[in-house]
Design a protein around this ligand. Sequence first.
Ligand code: GLY
Ligand code: MN
Length: 357
Amino acid sequence: MNANRLTALRALLQHKGLDAVVVTKYVNLHYFSGFRGDDTTLVVTKDEALLVTDNRYTEQAEKQAPLFTVVEHRHGLLKKTAELLLKLGCQHVGFEGRAIVYADYAALKGWLTGVDFSVSLDLDALRQIKDEEEIGYIRRACAIADKVFEDIVHFIRPGRTEIEVAARLEQVMREAGSEKPSFDTIVASGLRSSMPHGTATEKVIEAGDFVTMDYGAKFEGYCSDITRTVCVGEATARQREVYEAVLGTQEMVLAAIAPGKSGKEIDAASREFLKKYGLAQYFGHGLGHSLGLEIHEEPRLSPSSTCEHLMPGMLITDEPGVYLPGWGGLRIEDTVLVTKTGSERLTKSSKALLEIC
Ligand code: GLY
Ligand code: MN
């Protein structure tokens, strides 16, 4: 387990003038301790690192979280958590305001008599720059996604349903070593391809359809994210033109991703590029998002991005799309690593327009 993560958490406590933090968000339990289960809290102070869980998880936690002292509760997770904070003499305790539900917050606050329990911390921000171990896992998750694409292009044909395509994608993903999909698999074909997040339905794929597949694999808890759009049969001139516009944008963005660039600046460049084709108004979502233990993380590439400077070790997706209701649409997406000098595309599947005959 990476001790730097606890060090960074303790530095944040010191910076905020806190004695302790209660960690409750599932992926943050994993990130700071290595433990991969739920119904658990972490209590971290300057000197202590406690993991509070129940009997289902005690043995697992002792193995997965070697830097933590595992405390087994019998009569309530939050009650035990509060008791430990009081016993440690904590006066100022932070919590994850974006992750804790109000009832749990209120229960803790009720038990923490005389304690300042008012400071909300954004612990997700500590996960923005990935370390080598995390990048290794994301590479594996991306390699699995690529393997799936190699397979699926031989499976798609007129007469198959979107759900059959999604099921095949997910089966191949599992067989290649993935724990589970990173999110609900999107397969949107024909007229449905104008819905950016059209999850798979019983619609039958027909000749002439664009089929957009947006999926990802999880490996050791880490996500990949890829979108490819293929054409079933020969593409029309208009399909070819729109595809080339989106691909051109996607490639331009890939070349633009580099340390120091802002999230707004890259997003704006993509919309400017699509304007040349008269298609910018049909690109309604953000250009990209980070990912890691969660599929959508900060920073973003979008008109409202708060990221002033991309930094080496950040992950970002590059996913422009064009959606024309009543006609169809498409998106092309890669998972990209920001490097010291520019970027590295981690999903490597071909993006040339594929006409499946
Ligand atoms: N690929 C799914 C998403 O970015 O929302
Ligand atoms: Mn995405």
